[in-house]
Design a protein around this ligand. Structure first.
Ligand SMILES: Nc1nc2c(c(=O)[nH]1)N[C@H]1C(S)=C(S)[C@@H](COP(=O)(O)OP(=O)(O)OC[C@H]3O[C@@H](n4cnc5c(=O)[nH]c(N)nc54)[C@H](O)[C@@H]3O)O[C@H]1N2
Ligand SMILES: Nc1nc2c(c(=O)[nH]1)N[C@H]1C(S)=C(S)[C@@H](COP(=O)(O)OP(=O)(O)OC[C@H]3O[C@@H](n4cnc5c(=O)[nH]c(N)nc54)[C@H](O)[C@@H]3O)O[C@H]1N2
Ligand code: SF4
Ligand SMILES: [Mo]
Length: 678
């Protein structure tokens, strides 16, 4: 029997591991590892290993659907296109192009995202965004300001040459498991690991120094570390003078942030703060890895700036083993942002509010009347839908009804739209609210390029045909565009990449032909440029080539524990589920390992409430309540509880309060109460 091996990229997280799908008789028969892959080197985590389980799942969407009463009827593609064109055109005609909003998908390829944002803007709407808003938008704002670029500065394999790795607000052992293999390699070579997290996690088990801080106190911790480094003369004076501006203001701002004062705010012992500061500053090559524990706060942008301040005053940038590494979440969230599926940027991070950007793309796309931005962010779109200014939405590969905060408000907002079209691979909570549902093909059933967290662009090949009448996202977008009277002639993904090469300078040299020979990290300005694995080696893309040190003052989280809501709820992830769970809850090998929504509590808190391990409890916030199974232990300190958000229910509880600049919700801190359900 002939077996063909088709190289693809894992559809789950931003590590971008590669594997081959073995195809026999036109079916995916198994996974073959890729020992020469630059990141995964033949390894995959539990989710990667289970990826094929969703391909032929009986609940896959296999035909377009339209709502009829409480149920759904299958319709043909021409009828679906007619309904979508009518729904979007009517809103546009009655309320103007700015009444349309588009959510693009960081699960989809660069080509799909490029097409989606182009569709939005050619229809005259500036309102296009993706789930980066809920994820790394503070990195985009903060790092663009301080370092002039928001990408991870160094490649993943480079972590192995770090001598000190500071992991703050990231549980990479569960959420980027293949990246944690590179940390183990560094540890084997003698590197020190520091972890700052309110919870003990499989990541903190790797730590030499574990800083178990109170949720939302990262700016205080980072300022405290900067204080120690400055006081003890551990700064890199040469680097500060040569490559940065703003140091004196930071030194002034952290003058009072002594280790003792920091200990009071963060709950971390002063001695540990001093040890961590010394270890990070003194090592010849230190890197900082961070993720949602830093960004998902009303102070997310401040947190990111405080992280980059630490790297800058120690000169821990621009060399192997150093760097500021925002670990990107979804398989293609980096690419979705690069492609301009963002409210404030056209492709290539050209500012949506700059008339020069409009000129550039008007010429590139041979159109006029492109909308000046910024558009509404994902979180603002929901508010605008509720307020009645957004009338129609096109949502591809996102599940805001489960993944946005305060689910009840999201549901009401989406229900109040005149028209909603959702394009997904499963019937999600969001799709349940749609007028029309379009069945997309998933990664293995289509081809395209994906950009992982290190800015590494890889081509993923098509292994099998999609089920039933499902079609690739790119084809569907082109069809929608054509049925709205636009000229979208892209016969295949490569023809979209060809346009990306011409319009996105960072991708100019990342051609389809070159991707056959291997992956390339952007920026890659020409066809003979090797790509740029390490950023900021010779200065920064800011005035005078210098980075900005931006002092930030500690501000507490928006919600504090009170007598009615005495616990702090923090939400996040577990190893075997992914985000709102549409894929992993349907994956038999994964759901069997983690079948229920649970809340992790400290044993002492549970004892005071007479809650036993395995009891069903009720978790309440001012927004609503949900039930979960209590899981007792010592991983969280007294007064803190943790829930994963992979099951419906968690986001009923979370707050809509956002960071003022980046508009990311504060998923990591809200006040709640817990009681036993009898
Ligand atoms: N298994 C799995 N892997 C995934 C995903 C998944 O759902 N499941 N999702 C992907 C996506 S989209 C993303 S964005 C990434 C996210 O990856 P991570 O950022 O690692 O995910 P989280 O679990 O949300 O949060 C990370 C850690 O932040 C800690 N934390 C909470 N509050 C604070 C705080 O105030 N300060 C600090 N310092 N830490 C805090 C939490 O306890 C948690 O351990 O993972 C990606 N990979
Ligand atoms: N409480 C709480 N909430 C959170 C977070 C948290 O830490 N705590 N984290 C936030 C973060 S970091 C993120 S990134 C968001 C994630 O928010 P979402 O992006 O809304 O979450 P996902 O569940 O990953 O949704 C992706 C959807 O894409 C579909 N899909 C997969 N592949 C394809 C494809 O090829 N084509 C199409 N059309 N669809 C496809 C999947 O079935 C799924 O429904 O959640 C946020 N919400
Ligand atoms: S680490 Fe991420 S990319 Fe790699 S196999 Fe696991 S989920 Fe997939
Ligand atoms: Mo994310």
């Amino acid at each position: 029997m002939t077996k063909v091996l088709v190289p693809t990229v894992c559809p789950y997280c931003g590590a971008g591991c590669g594997f081959c799908i073995a195809v026999e008789k036109e079916r995916a028969s198994g996974i073959e590892y890729m020992p020469d892959h630059p990141v995964s080197q033949g390894a995959l985590c539990a989710k990667g290993n289970a990826a094929l389980e969703i391909l032929c799942h009986p609940e896959r969407l296999v035909s377009p659907l339209k709502r009829r009463g409480e149920g759904w009827v299958s319709i043909s593609w021409p009828e679906a296109m007619d309904l979508v064109a009518r729904g979007l055109s009517q809103a546009k005609k009655k309320h103007g192009p700015r009444s349309l909003a588009f959510l693009s998908s960081s699960k989809c390829s660069n080509e799909d995202n490029y097409l989606m944002q182009k569709l939005a803007r050619l229809l005259g709407s500036p309102h296009i965004d993706n789930c980066a808003r809920l994820c790394h938008s503070p990195s985009v704002v903060g790092l663009n300001r301080t370092l002039g670029a928001a990408g991870m500065t160094n490649p993943i394999p480079d972590i192995a040459s770090s001598r000190c790795i500071f992991i703050i607000g990231s549980n990479l052992a569960e959420n980027h498991p293949v990246i944690s293999r590179w940390i183990h390699r560094a540890k084997d070579r003698g590197a020190a690991v520091i972890v700052a997290d309110p919870r003990a996690t499989p990541t903190s088990w790797m730590a030499d120094i574990f800083l178990q801080l109170k949720p939302g106190t990262d700016v205080a911790l980072l300022n405290g570390m900067a204080h120690v480094i400055i006081k003890e003369g551990l700064i890199n004076r040469d680097y500060i003078d040569r490559s940065t501006r703003g140091f004196e203001a930071l030194a002034e701002a952290v003058k009072e942030a002594t280790a003792e004062r920091t200990a009071e705010i963060t709950g971390v012992a002063a001695e540990d703060i001093v040890q961590a500061a010394r270890a990070y500053a003194k090592s010849p090559a230190s890197s900082i890895l961070y993720s949602m524990g830093i960004t998902q706060h009303s102070t997310g942008t401040d947190n990111v700036q405080a992280v980059s301040n630490l790297a800058l005053i120690c000169g821990q940038l621009g060399r192997p083993g150093t760097g500021v590494m925002p670990l990107r979440g979804q398989n293609n969230v980096q690419g979705a942002c690069d492609m301009g599926a963002l409210a404030e940027f056209y492709p290539g991070y050209k500012k949506a509010a700059d008339p020069k950007t409009i000129q550039y793309f008007s010429a590139a796309w041979s159109v006029h009347d492109l909308p000046l931005g910024p558009g509404l962010t994902a979180t603002e779109m929901i508010e605008a839908a509720a307020a009645g200014t957004i009338k129609a939405m096109y949502i591809m590969g996102e599940d805001p009804a489960n993944s946005d905060p305060c689910s009840e408000n999201v549901r009401q907002a989406l229900e109040s739209l005149d028209f909603l079209v959702v394009q997904d691979i499963f019937m999600t909570a969001t799709a349940q609210l749609a007028d029309v549902v379009l069945p997309g093909a998933v990664w293995a059933e289509k081809e395209g390029s994906f950009t992982n967290t290190e800015r590494r662009v890889q081509w993923s090949h098509k292994a099998i045909e999609p089920p039933g009448a499902a079609r690739s996202d790119g084809e569907i977008i082109c069809d929608v565009a054509r049925s709205m009277g636009l000229q979208f002639d892209y016969p295949h993904a490569a023809s979209v990449l060809d346009e990306i090469n011409r319009t996105v300078p960072q991708y100019a040299g990342i051609t389809r032909e070159r991707l056959d020979a291997g992956s390339i990290a952007w920026p890659c300005p020409t066809a003979d440029h090797p790509g740029t694995p390490i950023l900021h080696c010779s200065g920064f893309n800011l005035a005078d080539g210098k980075a900005s040190i931006v002092p930030v003052a500690f501000r507490p989280a928006a919600e504090a524990a009170s007598s009615d809501y005495p616990f702090i709820l923090t939400t996040g992830r577990v190893a075997v589920h992914h985000n709102a769970g549409s894929m992993t809850r349907r994956s038999p090998s994964l759901i069997s390992r983690e079948p229920d929504l649970y809340v992790e509590m400290n044993r002492e808190d549970a004892a005071a409430l007479d809650v036993q391990d395995g009891d069903e409890v009720k978790i309440t916030t001012i927004r609503g309540e949900t039930a979960a199974i209590a899981r007792l232990g010592d991983r969280v300190k007294k007064g803190v509880v943790f829930m994963p958000f992979h099951f419906p229910g968690t986001n009923i509880l979370t707050t809509e309060i956002t960071d003022q600049e980046a508009r990311i919700p504060e998923f990591k801190v809200c006040a709640c109460n817990i009681s036993r359900r009898d």
